[in-house]
Ligand binder design. Structure first.
Ligand code: SF4
Length: 381
């Protein structure tokens, strides 16, 4: 497949709010079940073993105005029947909004299996692993009931291996963009990742390999753009227009936390021993640092942006968080404080997934990019 063909395929999936690809997959084999999950991270291995274009009419009626946009669009999708093919929905313990959404789902759709997934947030790794292993086992049993089939340890081990490969593929895409952002525009990378949320991992990896081969075969010329880290967008996703606006304003995005669940586990899950325990230990030993995980090191948040900027060889930071997002906006002062103390230029703006006007973002990002080029790390933030 050519680069354009891969991106056309991904864009078609992104724009299809009826999830036709999922419905088709279900129709192909009676007995299949589909499950949905909310950001930021869920153990997709357990599932496997066994919007910015949505007008919110009904969804708004369920929520007050001063919370983020994500639960409204999720309820809107459900109330309009677009999620009627789901047999199970998983709600990870990202924040109170997601917790409340899980309760609402139970009331509205009593026939759908709903699970609020508590992840360990304690310093003792043995206690945390025991707790999470028990959570994963319960989830696995429950999903076996939904699916009508209990997966064996070998089934789960095969899923662990598959998702290890999938994370490696995502990391390869991110490394390619970091090294040659002119060849891997963030708009294209993002569309590919979104497709990976809907199709089988094997299909996603195949398309990703085709994409990487296509950019090797047809390299583009670098532009005189600035290199920026975009951070804060780990849950409610920014509209595609916002990502395009940042790039078109002259910024190469060289690191971000879009769809961070795809990269959440930073190391491969061991395929030795008990697979449920291995997945629990991989989560507990994980090095991903994000606002939805407890950080015991008081100075960690202050150092984090310097570390990310250095790893991505970036010139500056754009804090882009959803409006009313507690985890992102509570962390932002600590992250920004540390970045500014290290002399790193920053700007910040807020968005919601249905933001439709991008001119102000483009102007802000454009001015930031110009100042980075003119003054580099000396630019006042
Ligand atoms: S966008 Fe922020 S506040 Fe809203 S559900 Fe996600 S983490 Fe929670």
């Amino acid at each position: 497949m050519t680069r354009a063909a891969v991106i056309d395929w991904a864009r078609e999936l992104y724009e299809d709010l009826d999830f036709t690809v999922v419905r088709r997959w279900l129709d192909e084999s009676p007995g299949r079940k589909a499950a949905g999950y909310l950001p930021v991270y869920v153990p997709r291995e357990i599932l496997h073993a066994g919007g910015d274009r949505l007008e919110i009419i009904r969804g708004d009626a369920f929520y007050q105005s001063y919370i983020c946009h994500l639960p409204r669009s999720v309820i809107e999708l459900a109330q309009s029947g677009r999620l009627s093919m789901l047999s199970a929905v998983l709600f990870p313990s990202t924040c109170d909004v997601i917790r409340n959404l899980s309760g609402m789902w139970k009331l509205l759709y009593p026939d759908v299996y709903v699970r609020y997934i508590d992840v360990p947030q304690v310093a003792d790794p043995a206690v945390a692993a025991d707790f999470y292993e028990a959570e994963l086992r319960r989830l696995s049993w429950d999903l076996a009931e939904v699916a009508g089939r209990k997966p064996s340890d070998d089934d789960l081990r095969a899923s662990l291996a598959l998702y290890n490969d999938m994370r490696n593929t995502v990391r390869a895409l991110y490394a390619a963009r970091r090294d040659r952002p002119w060849d891997v525009p963030s708009e294209e990378l993002y569309l590919l990742l979104r497709a990976g949320e809907l199709v089988a991992p094997e299909t996603f990896m195949q398309r990703s390999r085709e994409y990487l081969a296509a950019i090797e075969a047809d390299p583009r010329r670098p532009r005189d753009n600035s290199r920026v880290v975009v951070t804060g967008a780990f849950c409610e996703q920014p509209p595609l227009g916002l990502i395009k606006s940042i790039e078109r304003a002259g910024c190469y995005i060289v690191d971000d936390d879009f769809l961070i669940g795809d990269r959440f586990l930073t190391r491969a899950v061991s395929l030795d021993g008990d697979p449920t325990r291995a997945l629990a230990e991989a989560f507990v030993g994980n090095e991903m640092r994000t606002s939805v995980m407890y950080e015991s090191d008081a100075g960690g948040k202050r150092r984090l942006m310097s570390e990310r900027v250095a790893a991505a060889n970036a010139d500056g930071i754009i804090f882009a968080a959803p409006s009313f997002c507690d985890p992102a906006l509570l962390d932002q002062p600590m992250l920004r404080n540390g970045a500014e103390a290290a002399g790193l230029p920053c700007i910040a703006f807020k968005y919601s997934e249905n933001t439709g006007q991008f001119q102000q973002f483009r102007e802000q990002a454009g001015t930031f990019s110009d100042s980075l080029k003119l003054w580099g790390a000396g630019v006042p933030s």
